[in-house]
Ligand binder design. Structure first.
Ligand SMILES: *[C@@H]1O[C@H](CO)[C@@H](O)[C@H](O)[C@H]1NC(C)=O
Ligand SMILES: *[C@@H]1O[C@H](CO)[C@@H](O)[C@H](O)[C@H]1NC(C)=O
Ligand SMILES: *[C@@H]1O[C@H](CO)[C@@H](O)[C@H](O)[C@H]1NC(C)=O
Length: 621
């Protein structure tokens, strides 16, 4: 029972500590009220939360009516971040910034929802004497010992988020510039006010963690105290077995979501979360424990996510990000026809030069880079255009392959490259897999955000035997290429997730693992030339690719007739052409007009597609 007393002591002290934090920030608010802005939303977001809460209570609102609702706090932050333009001053959480950002300040995390950990209950509001207080947007649970009838249990969602897989480093520099200013301000502020209560919390946690009984619990695998007491959840901090290598190098984040419909946040979607950072251990206690099992579920989750490895973000506001949000130059810029045309020309020249002057390959590469799934009809992912660059030898791939890879990395925000060998297929974890022991979804290589680019380098493929893992992995790749779907492995069942991943294959032309949409024998006529691309040019290309690929598209009725009769004629000339080939031609038409910044197919662009296709087929002979 020693640990239990320790826990009670800890909670009591934590409550005192946050009370002192409260009074400290209350003082600060009074001070700042005199000088100017009422709330320091950046440095003391919880102060703003509390003041709006008190205001709502003072105006006669019943705390019970706040369940699942905003009492004005989120509105305040929305105004602050978007209307007052403070968003760019909010530091982005990453392995660098985590070293200096302070707990209980406002931060942003940009990442992909990798796993959903269910819901968590917490004491959302409680009466402290005659005063209502709230615990929303914080970890530390503080309320008077002994059960209180005046306590409201609320619910929040837990999302496990990771940096977007394959996110290229150039996407980050912008945020660092924006942050630089804030960081300096923050350091200054930090020097001025030493946050005593935070130190206190940390010391307390250490003390608590080193108690022998807690150690013992941890040795038993997890710190689940449910057999001894059902009113507490303790988070172990030393069990790092379940933090994978990738997680060590990049910073994941446990995002706690309030008051949001489930359908709004889905697996693999990319979001920016703005909220309150907490790094200290969660200690939750609940006297009115009516539903033990719901607590037990979360307990186990959190034990495997030590807060010093996985910071928590109590989300005030989230917004979905798309590729444009990762660019530096403003994506809001109207794509002017002349500008688009020039950018297209210069990008095409660049692609031609890295492809050893193979103009046809460069044109197809451009269309490929612009492709995306824009509709699903029955089982067909419309708009995808995977490209298979064949006839690359082991030697040429070391030159051209590297150039292509580097170039794609520089152009698109999220890129991955997999070396397709028999050994790779036999050993890789391509599909995400549910681990019921830890209740986590173990990421697989193919758990990717929409708009990711994947290079598959087949040139190292040797003959060998695929075992059952290899066969399964080959099947996963084939399904991704054909249907843009990935089957997630839930052990007892498979769950099919739709994807939007552009796939580029570099091959020698021997295997037959996955059929790409377009095969083009690569015919370089010169060495790959290495060119230094000015930063502005690079940014223009990124902006071009991100902007024109999202353009809408239509085919006017007169063009529709032309296209139809062309397709019929093509079919008559070559009986082997299937529906897929025809739909691929339409996709190429769409991409060709998009590449010129146009939204409806013109005769000129359609003819360009037909000519390109004729040249490609000639090469295949
Ligand atoms: C941040 O500011 C410092 C000094 O003001 C400057 O030297 C540094 O280059 C800046 N860093 C970034 C990423 O802008
Ligand atoms: C397949 O082969 C790899 C490497 O040879 C091995 O590590 C793996 O366990 C094998 N898998 C199966 C299911 O046999
Ligand atoms: C690429 O093309 C070559 C030659 O047609 C073929 O052997 C290989 O299987 C293709 N790979 C993919 C992924 O389509």
């Amino acid at each position: 029972m020693i640990w239990r007393e320790n826990l009670l002591l800890h909670i009591k002290l934590a409550a005192t500590a946050s009370a002192s934090l409260n009074s400290q920030s209350e003082r600060k608010e009074r001070e700042s009220e005199m000088v100017g802005p009422k709330y320091d939303c950046l440095a003391n977001p919880l102060g703003a939360v509390r003041l709006t809460f008190e205001k709502a209570i003072a105006s006669g609102a019943d705390p019970a009516s706040f369940d699942g609702k905003d009492w004005g706090a989120v509105d305040l932050f929305r105004q602050f971040l978007f209307e007052d333009g403070a968003l760019s001053h909010v530091p982005i959480l990453n392995p660098t910034t985590i070293k200096w950002v302070q707990p209980n300040t406002l931060v942003r995390f940009r990442g992909m929802i990798q796993d959903m950990l269910g819901n968590e209950f917490y004491a959302g509001a409680y009466k402290d004497g005659s005063v209502w207080r709230t615990n929303k947007f914080m970890d530390v649970c503080q309320y008077p010992m002994g059960s209180s009838p005046d306590m409201r249990i609320w619910e929040r969602r837990l999302l496990y988020c990771v940096p977007v897989p394959g996110q290229n480093s150039w996407t980050e520099s912008l945020s660092e510039v924006a942050m630089n200013k804030t960081s300096q301000q923050r350091e200054k502020r930090q020097r001025m006010e030493d946050d005593a209560s935070n130190h206190m919390d940390l010391v307390l946690v250490d003390e608590f963690e080193s108690s022998p009984s807690v150690k013992k619990m941890r040795e038993n695998g997890h710190a689940s105290p449910s057999s001894q007491s059902k009113d507490s959840v303790i988070e172990g901090t030393s069990n790092t077995n379940f933090v994978t290598n990738a997680e060590r190098n990049s910073l994941p984040c446990l995002v706690k979501i309030y008051d949001c419909p489930e359908s709004e946040l889905k697996l693999n979607e990319v979001f920016e979360f703005v909220g309150v950072l907490t790094l200290d251990s969660d200690v939750m206690a609940d006297k009115n424990d009516q539903d033990e099992s719901s607590y037990g579920f979360i307990e186990d989750e959190l034990v495997h996510l030590p807060p010093e490895k996985v910071p928590r973000l109590h989300c005030l506001i989230h917004r979905k990000l798309d590729v444009n949000d990762f660019l530096h130059s403003s994506p809001m810029m109207e794509p002017k026809p002349q500008l688009v045309k020039e950018t297209r020309e210069s990008l095409l020249r660049h692609l031609t030069s890295i492809l050893g002057n193979d103009g046809i390959a460069a044109h197809l590469m451009l269309l490929h880079l612009l492709s995306r799934v824009h509709a699903r009809i029955d089982n067909v992912a419309v708009g995808k255009l995977s490209l298979n660059l064949t006839c690359l030898s082991k030697e040429s791939v070391s030159v051209f392959g590297n150039q292509i890879r580097l170039s794609v990395q520089n152009l698109l925000p999220f890129t991955q490259c997999i070396p397709l060998t028999v050994n790779y297929l036999n050993t890789a974890s391509l599909a995400p897999k549910k681990d019921y022991q830890t209740n986590r979804l173990i990421p697989g290589v193919l758990q990717l955000a929409d708009g990711s680019h994947l290079i598959i380098d087949e040139t190292q493929l040797e003959t060998g035997t695929l075992n059952s893992t290899g066969v399964e992995n080959a099947r996963l790749l084939k399904n991704l290429m054909e249907f843009q779907k990935v089957e997630y492995n839930f052990e007892y069942y498979k769950m099919e997730m739709i994807a939007d991943v552009q796939m580029l294959i570099l091959s020698e032309g021997k295997s037959n693992i996955v059929p790409a949409d377009l095969v083009i024998p690569f015919q370089p006529s010169s060495a790959a030339s290495f060119e230094v691309v000015p930063a502005e040019t690079l940014e223009a290309w990124r902006w071009y690719l991100a902007s024109v690929r999202s353009l809408p598209h239509s085919i006017e009725s007169d063009m529709q007739k032309v296209v139809e009769s062309d397709l019929v004629a093509a079919r008559q000339a070559d009986r082997s052409l299937g529906g897929q080939d025809l739909s691929r031609l339409l996709t190429m038409g769409r991409l060709m007009s998009a590449s010129f910044g146009e939204t409806s197919l013109s005769l000129e662009h359609w003819q360009m597609v037909k000519e390109l296709e004729r040249l490609r087929r000639e090469r295949l002979k």
